[in-house]
Design a protein around this ligand. Structure first.
Ligand code: NAD
Ligand code: WQD
Length: 339
């Protein structure tokens, strides 16, 4: 009874390994290390006191996946592997369709061959596109506005079609809002290579002196302080949601074999609220300037979390202070990430 965690060396995947191991599951990680380092898995071992089985492989390599799932007797898959940078997806769409869509097709084909029919998928709130109403429920219309978001929606649709084709398949599609934070040990966390695209990693690099100041993308939105609002969720809460999703797979039956659930807190915070919260937690000042709006940004985005509560018995527990504190703890203990 082993769970395959694709992309398990990455930011969310490494935290998921900790949660699943601590819950008593055996896990095997498949990762091609295109955006991570195997050191993260050594840290998972340090946190849990358990050995992490790891196979260097690409999800597009179907026969490697068949071999791994057979050797480890896998019963389910938690699927994180993929590319996630929105801007890069606009510049290199074929890489995104290949890794995210063709890669997932390869994984599902391998699962079919070896008889593994349970999967939890990392989707994103980005599939909703511009919100037509808030909070975002799972039935909100989808309409992603960039190639990355479209790859997520295409995979969702592939999973729904597959689920409809045969009740033996069981899927949980998890739509993440904005994951931030790190494990409280400070041993694992987010380690972006190059200039960070996302707000929290950028703030931390200003706090530790790697960057001079934050550019706040727009202060003329129709929000209380004029800056964009998002639903930030602690990564440890997020992976706890995966554990609950894995438990829920057992109860997905018949035609109800594909569940789509938001993972967020339901609270929206503005960019400036995030800056202030981080300043309080880190005791550092975060200089910023107001820059033009970023193309493709929505004004405001936060989750309706009632379905996660109802179907997974899961709600986020950690507040903004914990998100900022744990992020800063990780950065202070690992100024060079995993190097
Ligand atoms: P990450 O880049 O840290 O982790 C992804 C992992 O997958 C990396 O370790 C990478 O090396 C690996 N990988 C990529 N392509 C692969 C391939 N073809 N074969 C094998 N391994 C491959 O990213 P993350 O933040 O941990 O995100 C995990 C998943 O969650 C992704 O699918 C991402 O799209 C999704 N997601 C992330 C966020 C976020 O803000 N972090 C939000 C919504 C959804
Ligand atoms: C948050 C807010 C920015 C950086 C992205 C992806 C989404 C998902 C999560 C994977 C916005 C503002 C940011 C900066 C800023 N990823 N900002 N200065 O855009 O909600 O979502 O990551 O699935 O698909 O699109 O997150 O962290 O980039 O931005 O002012 O230097 O911070 O404008 O209001 P976003 P983010």
């Amino acid at each position: 009874m082993t769970i395959l965690i694709t992309g398990g060396a990455g930011y969310i995947g490494s935290h998921c390994c900790v949660t699943f191991l601590e819950a008593g599951h055996d896990v095997v990680v498949v990762d091609n290390l295109s955006n991570s380092r195997s050191e993260s898995l050594k840290r998972v071992e340090a946190i849990t006191g358990q050995t992490v089985k790891y196979e260097l492989a690409d999800i597009r390599d179907r026969s490697a996946l068949e071999d791994i799932m057979t050797r480890y007797k896998c019963t389910a898959v938690v699927h994180f592997a993929g590319l996630k940078a929105v801007g890069e997806s606009v510049a290199k769409p074929l890489e995104y369709y290949e890794n995210n869509v063709i890669g997932t097709h390869s994984l599902l084909s391998a699962m079919e061959t070896v008889g593994v029919h349970r999967l939890i998928f990392s989707s994103s709130a980005t599939v909703y596109g511009e919100p037509q109403f808030l909070p975002l429920t799972e039935s909100h219309p989808t309409g992603p506005v960039n190639p990355y978001g479209r790859t997520k929606l295409m995979v969702e649709e592939m999973l729904r079609d597959l689920a409809a084709s045969d009740p033996k398949w069981r899927f949980t599609i998890l739509r993440y809002f904005n994951p931030v934070g790190a494990h409280s040990s400070g041993l694992i966390g987010e380690n972006p290579l190059g200039i960070p695209n996302n707000l929290m990693p950028f703030i931390t690099q200003v706090a530790d002196g790697r960057r001079e100041q934050l550019s706040v993308f727009g202060d003329d939105y129709d929000t209380a302080d004029g800056t964009g609002i998002r639903d930030y969720i602690h990564v440890v809460d997020l992976v706890e949601g995966h554990l609950k999703a894995h438990e829920a797979l057992a109860n997905l039956t018949g035609a109800d074999n594909c569940l789509t659930v938001n993972l967020g807190t339901g609270n929206g915070y503005s960019v400036l609220q995030m800056v202030k919260a981080f300043e309080r937690s880190s005791n550092k000042s975060i200089p910023y300037t107001i820059a033009p709006r970023r193309e493709g940004d929505v004004v405001e985005c936060y989750a309706d979390t009632s379905k996660a509560d109802e179907k997974l018995s899961w709600t986020a527990q950690k507040d903004l202070e914990a998100m900022c504190h744990d992020t800063w703890n990780w950065v202070c203990k690992n100024p060079k990430g995993y190097e």
